[in-house]
Design a protein around this ligand. Structure first.
Ligand SMILES: [Zn+2]
Length: 309
């Protein structure tokens, strides 16, 4: 027995369902590429700047601001407090693809899409003034002869600092650049990496990303990150219950004072041979993009909180 009309209907249904999936996929990637374009526009609006003087020649709020970042973090000078843990949501969920990494002349930037469950990774708790959704991640690094984290911890500068940029849910109808006009607009998580000579590393997600850095050596180039990634992998398994927190700024022009900083106190070890791939990137002048960190800024009586292990 063969019911052709029914099988025809089933086929039609399947085709429509497939079309629906293709359409919603297309819509999702359209939203994602809009986010990428917004990042590019913000990058262009910040003007041409470089790290020749570690930002000492940047103007405007970068020059006059009183709540600037990065700062020297010190466990003995900070206010020790027991805050709520930072709660991570969807951090272990696989991010949708495509996942694009771009050399924007100042860093390797990854615009984060929602996860496969349709939601973004988000955080609250700690000393955060709200709930914040992950938007992008980027890196600050040194060179073959110098270290390049932005914050220092107890006078230690680390080899790399990962920044995971989040936007307050309160400003969900605004872009990251627009949210940066508000004191509580953004939350950035800082993760320190230490280059070691050990051969094996458990941080396969980060290594997967670093392995694709040669594809974006040239200014303005982008690559699709292949493989499965979650926001969790950007945390490099550090103890997220141990951190510093303070109110500061973006560390690139226009240095907007809109960031609640959370910098984890524990660094993760990554093989030097993977970290060294950052040093081959080039800026818009075709010069080596190295030491892309801003100089330490005055604390100016701001409270800096320290949440010990
Ligand atoms: Zn940064």
């Amino acid at each position: 027995m063969y019911d052709s009309s029914r099988s025809g209907l089933v086929l039609q249904f399947l085709m429509l369902a497939a079309l629906g999936i293709v359409c919603s996929q297309a819509r999702l990637s359209e939203i994602y590429f809009n986010d990428i374009r917004a990042e590019e526009a913000a990058e262009q609006a910040s003007g041409s700047y470089n790290y020749d003087q570690q930002g000492k020649d940047w103007e405007g709020t970068c020059q006059d601001g009183l709540q600037q970042s990065p700062i020297a973090l010190s466990s003995s000078q900070a206010i020790v407090t027991s805050a709520r843990r930072i709660a991570f949501y969807n951090y272990d969920e696989t991010l949708q693809s495509p996942l694009v990494m771009t050399n924007n002349g100042h860093t390797a930037n990854i615009v984060l899409p929602p996860t496969r469950n349709g939601q973004r990774p988000y955080i609250n708790g700690g000393l955060l003034p709200g709930t914040f959704e992950a938007q992008s991640a980027h890196f600050h690094w040194g060179s073959s002869s110098s270290k390049g984290s932005e914050h220092t911890i107890n006078d230690n500068r680390y080899d790399v600092e990962i920044h995971i940029v989040h936007k307050n849910l309160r400003y969900s109808d605004k872009t990251v650049a627009e949210a940066s006009e508000y004191w509580d607009g953004l939350a950035v998580l800082g993760v320190m990496l230490r280059a070691v000579n050990r051969v094996l590393s458990p941080h396969l997600g980060l290594i997967g990303i670093f392995n694709q850095l040669p594809q974006i050596a040239q200014y303005g180039s982008s690559t699709n990150l292949t493989g499965r990634y979650s926001a969790q992998q950007l945390l490099a398994s550090v103890n997220t219950n141990h951190f510093y927190s303070y109110n500061g700024s973006l560390t690139t022009p226009d240095c907007a004072e809109s960031v609640t900083w959370t910098v984890f106190g524990e660094a993760a070890n990554l093989p030097r041979r993977h970290i060294s791939k950052f040093w081959d990137l080039q800026d818009s002048r075709e010069q080596s993009l190295v030491n892309n960190y801003r100089a330490i800024q005055d604390i100016n009586d701001r409270p800096v909180y320290y949440i010990p292990k």
